[in-house]
Design a protein around this ligand. Structure first.
Ligand code: 5GP
Ligand code: MG
Length: 189
């Protein structure tokens, strides 16, 4: 697995530091004097890429919260570009109903074309959420991503296909502790 790494883009230490400061940004907005003023949020992590990010993030958000997993897929298997079509699936039967009147924070691994977060924002609002905000660990420095009105961004990265810290290629590499690019050979095999 490590032999497949081309470049480490974000180190373990930088990931940990940024997760803490992102949690501070989120707390400032959702606390009693913030714009959402909610005091309680419902986190909706988009599986499976945000698995590790969200596990780290919620341990720095010390209030009552519910977490409801949702699946969205646009990259199938060995693709390294989005198919553009987004399939949505609530992971627990009650998840869709649990969002009514809640302040929802959608959490995704990476913002690329924006179609996943756009579809999911609509999906959450259709289920009667009181508000919806979006948080991504990574945002690609491409026009579609930079133009998307996301509320919280961990890191802006170059337009490359990345894996690690939850992100996969064909189901692999999620357990790498850093965000990395892969060698060309690893992407073709
Ligand atoms: P969008 O809908 O914004 O085009 O793409 C977002 C989704 O595509 C993410 O949730 C993620 O699953 C996948 N994705 C986009 N870029 C990358 C990437 O560089 N690496 C990996 N592993 N997945 C990506
Ligand atoms: Mg995803």
């Amino acid at each position: 697995m490590h032999a497949d790494i081309e470049q480490i883009l974000i180190s373990r230490a930088d990931l940990q530091r940024r997760v803490v400061s992102l949690a501070e940004e989120i707390q400032a907005d959702y606390g009693p004097s913030g714009p959402e003023g909610a005091g309680e949020i419902t986190l909706v992590p988009i599986m499976t890429g945000s698995l590790i990010f969200v596990a780290d993030l919620i341990r720095h958000l010390p209030w009552r919260m519910q977490v409801h997993l949702i699946s969205a897929s646009s990259y199938g298997g060995k693709a390294t570009v989005s198919s553009g079509e987004v399939r949505i699936e609530a992971r627990e039967p009650a998840a869709a109903e649990a969002l009514a009147d809640r302040h929802v924070l959608l959490v995704d691994d990476v913002l690329d074309s924006g179609s996943t977060l756009r579809r999911l924002t609509d999906w959450v609002l259709q289920r009667g959420a009181a508000s919806v905000r979006t948080c991504v660990l990574l945002r690609k420095q491409i026009p579609s991503a930079m133009a998307f009105p996301v509320h919280y961004v961990g890191f802006d990265i170059p337009d490359a296909f990345v894996v690690g810290y939850g992100l996969d290629y064909d189901g692999y590499y999620r357990n790498l502790p850093e965000v990395v690019t892969l060698k060309h050979e690893a992407l073709c095999s």
